[in-house]
Write a protein that binds this ligand. Sequence first.
Ligand code: ZN
Length: 498
Amino acid sequence: MRASDIRAVAAALLLAAVGLGAKAWADPPHDVVLAGARVIDPESGLDAIRNIAVRGDRIVAVTESPIEGKRTIDASGLVAAPGFIDLHSHATDALSAGYQAKDGVTTRLELEIGTWPVAGWYAAKQGHELLNYGTSVGHTALRYYLQKGGGEAGLAALRDPAEKFRAPEADQPIPAAAYPRLASLLEQGLHDGAIGIGSGTQYAQGITRREMLDVTRVAGREGACLFTHIRYGSLVEPGSTLEAIQENVANAAMTGACVHIAHINSMAMSQAPAMVELMRAARGRGIDLSTETYPWGGSVDAVRSHFFDPGWEARWGVAVDALQSRQDGRRLTQAEFDALRSGQGDDRVIMHLNGEATLIALLRDPLVIVASDGGRIEGPNGHPRSAGTFARVLGHYVREAKALSLGEAIRKMTLMPAQRLEAFVPAMKRKGRLQAGADADIVLFNPATVGSRATYGDAARYSDGFRFVMVNGVLVVDRGEPVAGVRPGRPVLSRYKH
Ligand SMILES: [Zn+2]
């Protein structure tokens, strides 16, 4: 054999060995296999029995073929869906994360109000979270920070536990000369990783239309969405929900921003379906609006806030018995309302503003995303949305009321929120889908038993029916039980920090 032949044979042997090696590498069992689930993927439309392979933090296969895992979970009889993405959660504590995991949530985002400063918010959570987490940069917090002088003084004011939305500054306009600084700090927040701009506009009545236009302009320039609790929630003009929506339509049209209107159910009450119709008309003319609802007729706010300034009954189309005490769960009398309004301490009440027909109309509407607006778990008289939003949609509105299909409900909880964010938040292209290459955020639930056990008066109850919930390939609910000690949640960041 000539030297060149020897080299050729050696090369061929080497190639064969490498080939075998590569084959051997491809074949060790997957980390977890979810076998025989009814897989619903809202993007591809798949709704069929499949096996799901997870390796590390990703889904690597969704297949009819039998596959092996280091752990194989028999998922027969269960629905497998992408983990639910909650665009609107004010809770940041571990206790409420456990409740949300048992409600199928794998990503919870604080977008409506947001935070300032942004970098510290993300840094404090790194490595400590059960669920994926993210925030908007908070317009309302930022303007208060500026009103308090910015810098260290502003940060100290933000740390003060006194309710900053009720500080007198919230009702004060900021001078137009301060808008460029406000805009540049909003941009800094987006560069620090915030995934949108949040504005609790109604909570800070000093926000002028001109300020709001300027804030929306930042969103348009950056390609981020503005998430807003709009200026008004009222059936009565002036100061009606319609006017507030018109303001956002106009701002979106003038700036090119996408605008997401938080909880249209509690902003527009009985007119909410008609308001979504108007938003659809605006979208048909190229204006990028979206909205969300939570699946309960009651909302929560503070009796001593502006919401309850005289005339609230007419603004919402209700009477005082629409209000429910968070202390004892009873409906309020006028005398009890008056005592709360002039008293001290916790003055938040549950406000029953919507009937079932309104909620069904909203949930059936293809434009409306499901989001919780939940907060900390606060015992029996808190709002049940914090623990049971997603199970309630699946149990009550899909299975019992037959208001919408299972596939459509899953789309509203997964793909729609992911798509709302993905232009500015690259990680969202891998979420809200159950397919090879997607993040291994997966829920497995029993469609016959899934449901919320949280109710008004008994709000701190785990949801039923979720057997397995996985975040980045790590089970946080296993055979229906919360898993202790795991912290697989990761930051969801803007394109600047991605
Ligand atoms: Zn709100």
